[in-house]
Ligand binder design. Structure first.
Ligand code: ATP
Ligand code: MG
Length: 503
C-alpha cells in the first residue's frame, strides 16, 4: 500500500461518523490534497468547545464562517461576534470564483453558493437588534469590573446591590445606580450606616466618576430595558436552518472592558437560562468569540476562574464555545484544556519569540506519523489548517493538515442597503428597540427622598408645636418610609416585573 493510500484510510477511519456530522475539508499529505479523505466533525461533540488560531490573514474568520454555515444548515443556531465586520456577508450567497471551484474539486465536495438566515445584533450605536441587560442582571462583580473599581469601591457596590435586594428597589439602568449612590451619601446615609456600616463619600464620588466615564463610552446603551431574552438566540427558520445571530462589534475594539464584560454577562445569562440537556446528539447553540484575547486580557484572577467554570459547566447545557484568536497563548491554560476541537492555521516564525510560541503551540497537538507539527505550522497555506476534533466517543481524532472548504456565502461585508434589508426583515427589532423606562430605583428613591425631606420639615414643625404645648408624645406612629414604599401599589407592580426576571 502506498503512503497515500495508507493516509486515505487513516483519515477515513479517524473521521468516520455514525451519527450526524459536518464536513470541514479534506486531508493533505505534503502539499497535496487527498480527494475524499474527508475531515468530519460529529454534531454530538460540538458542545465540547473549540479553538481557531493562526497568524493574521491565514483564514481564521473564514473558518468561523464555514463552521457557522454548516451548523446553520444542520439546524443549529449560532451566535457570533463580528469584530471586524466581515461576517455579515453570511446573509448573501457567494458569487463564486474559479479558485473556489478548484479548491472544492481537490477536496471532493461540490460547491453550493448559498445565503443564510441572519439576525444583526448590536450593543453600541450601530443599527441592529439591541442587546440590553439591566444593572441588577449584571450583578455587583461584573459591574465593578466594567467600572474598574478598587476593592473598597467594589465593596460599596456590593452593599448597594444588597440594599436594593433588601428593599426591593429595581436597579435597571445607570440612572438608577447613580441615584442610589447619591442617596447613600445624603438622605439615606444614616439608614445605610446603621445596617451596613460606614461608607466614605470620597469612594462613592470615585464610583460616580467611573460611571460617567462608562456613559461617555456608550455604556448606558446596553444597561436597561428591555433586557434581551437569550432564548431568542436559538431560533430556527422556516426551512429548518439555525438562525445565525451576528453581533456587530466593529466599533468596540478600543473598548475591551465593555466588550469582555458584556460577553461574560451574556455567557452567565445563557448558562443560567438554559436547561440541562440530555443526550440529544446535537448542540442547542454555538457561540463564536472572534478576537477572544479581548475577553481574557486584563481579567482578574477571580474573573478568570469564573470564566473557567462557565466553560466547564456550560457544555452540559448543549452550548459550545469557540474561541478565535491569533495565538493559543491568548487563552488561559485551564480554558485551553477544555477545548475539544482545534483548528490551527499558519503561524509565523520571524522572531525568537515567534519560534518559542510555535514550539508551545505544536505541543498542544497530538503526535502524528505523517507530519512534523512544528514545521507544518509555518508551511500551511491560506485556508489550510492543522485540525483535531473529538470523535463520537469523545476521543481526539488524528491530527490532519486540512484543505478547508470555502464559505458558501459572501466572503465580504454587506452594503449598507443590504444591512437595511436584513433589519427590515428582523423578527426581533420591534421587540427590543423601543427604550422602556419603567418605574425603578430612580423614581422610587426620588419619592422616598421627598418623603424624608417632608418628614424632616414635619419633625421641625412638630418640635416647635411640642415646645409650645409641652406635650411629650412627639414620636408618632407614622409609617416607616421604607414600609410605605413597599406597600405602594405601583411599587409592587414594578417589583413584580423584575422579580420575574431575577427568579
Ligand atoms: N476556507 C477558505 N476558502 C477560500 N478562501 C479563503 C479561506 N480562508 C481564507 N481565505 C482567503 O484568505 C483571506 C483571509 O482570511 P481571513 O479573513 O479569514 O483571515 P484571518 O485569519 O481572520 O485574518 P485576521 O487575523 O486579519 O482577522 C480571505 O479574504 C480569503 O480570500
Ligand atoms: Mg479575522
Amino acid at each position: 500500500m502506498s503512503n497515500k493510500e495508507a493516509f486515505f484510510d487513516h483519515i477515513n477511519e479517524g473521521y468516520a461518523c455514525k451519527g450526524e456530522y459536518l464536513t470541514l475539508g479534506a486531508g493533505m499529505l505534503e502539499e497535496e490534497t487527498i480527494t475524499n479523505a474527508l475531515v468530519n466533525i460529529p454534531l454530538k461533540t460540538l458542545n465540547r468547545h473549540g479553538l481557531i488560531a493562526g497568524a493574521t490573514g491565514t483564514g481564521k474568520t473564514k473558518t468561523l464562517q464555514v463552521l457557522a454555515e454548516n451548523m446553520s444548515e444542520k439546524g443549529i443556531p449560532v451566535l457570533l461576534m463580528d469584530v471586524k465586520g466581515d461576517l455579515s456577508g453570511l446573509a448573501q450567497a457567494s458569487t463564486g470564483h474559479p479558485k473556489i471551484d478548484e479548491r472544492h474539486e481537490k477536496i471532493g465536495i461540490p460547491f453550493d453558493a448559498k445565503k443564510f438566515p441572519i439576525e444583526i445584533l448590536t450593543i453600541s450605536e450601530q443599527d441592529g437588534v439591541r442587546l440590553r441587560a439591566t444593572v441588577s442582571e449584571f450583578g455587583p462583580v461584573l459591574l465593578s469590573r466594567i467600572l474598574d473599581l478598587t476593592e473598597t469601591q467594589a465593596g460599596i457596590v456590593a452593599i448597594i446591590f444588597k440594599y436594593c435586594d433588601d428593599n426591593q428597589l429595581p436597579l435597571l439602568d445607570l440612572k438608577d445606580f447613580k441615584k442610589l449612590l447619591q442617596f447613600i451619601t445624603n438622605e439615606g446615609k444614616e439608614e445605610i450606616q446603621e445596617e451596613y456600616g460606614r461608607i466614605s463619600s470620597s469612594s462613592t464620588g470615585a464610583i460616580l466618576r467611573k460611571i460617567v466615564e462608562i456613559e461617555q463610552q456608550g455604556g448606558e446603551l446596553f444597561f436597561g430595558e428591555r433586557s434581551f431574552e437569550v432564548d431568542d438566540l436559538t431560533r430556527i427558520d422556516e426551512n429548518g436552518r439555525g438562525v445565525i445571530s451576528v453581533l456587530r462589534l466593529t466599533d468596540i475594539q478600543d473598548k475591551p472592558k465593555l466588550f469582555s464584560t458584556f460577553m461574560l454577562q451574556l455567557l452567565a445569562e445563557v448558562y443560567e437560562t438554559f436547561p440541562e440537556q440530555g443526550d440529544s446528539g446535537r448542540p442547542e447553540l454555538i457561540i463564536f468569540i472572534d478576537e477572544a484575547h479581548l475577553v481574557f486580557d486584563e481579567a482578574s484572577k477571580a474573573l478568570l476562574s469564573q470564566i473557567e467554570s462557565i466553560v466547564k459547566l456550560i457544555r452540559s447545557k448543549g452550548i459550545g464555545l469557540y474561541f478565535v484568536t491569533q495565538n493559543p497563548k491568548d487563552v488561559p491554560e485551564d480554558v485551553l484544556a477544555q477545548l475539544g476541537m482545534k483548528v490551527q492555521h499558519a503561524l509565523r516564525a520571524f522572531t525568537a519569540k515567534d519560534r518559542k510560541a510555535l514550539k508551545l503551540a505544536s505541543e498542544n497537538y497530538p503526535d502524528s506519523e505523517y507530519y512534523k507539527t512544528e514545521e507544518v505550522l509555518t508551511q500551511l497555506g491560506i485556508g489550510e489548517a492543522l485540525v483535531s476534533v473529538l470523535n463520537e466517543k469523545g476521543i481526539p481524532t488524528p491530527l490532519v493538515r486540512t484543505m478547508l472548504r470555502a464559505p458558501m456565502s459572501r466572503m465580504d461585508i454587506l452594503t449598507e442597503k443590504e444591512i437595511q434589508e436584513v433589519l427590515d426583515n428582523s423578527k426581533l427589532i420591534k421587540k427590543y428597540n423601543d427604550t422602556v423606562d419603567r418605574e425603578s430605583a430612580y423614581e422610587l428613591l426620588n419619592d422616598k427622598i421627598k418623603r424624608i425631606n417632608k418628614e424632616k420639615e414635619r419633625d421641625v414643625e412638630e418640635r416647635k408645636s411640642t415646645r409650645r404645648s409641652s406635650s411629650s408624645s412627639r414620636k408618632s406612629t407614622r409609617m416607616n418610609p421604607i414600609v410605605k414604599v413597599l406597600t405602594s401599589a405601583t411599587f409592587i407592580r414594578s417589583v413584580f416585573g423584575i422579580l420575574k426576571k431575577v427568579i
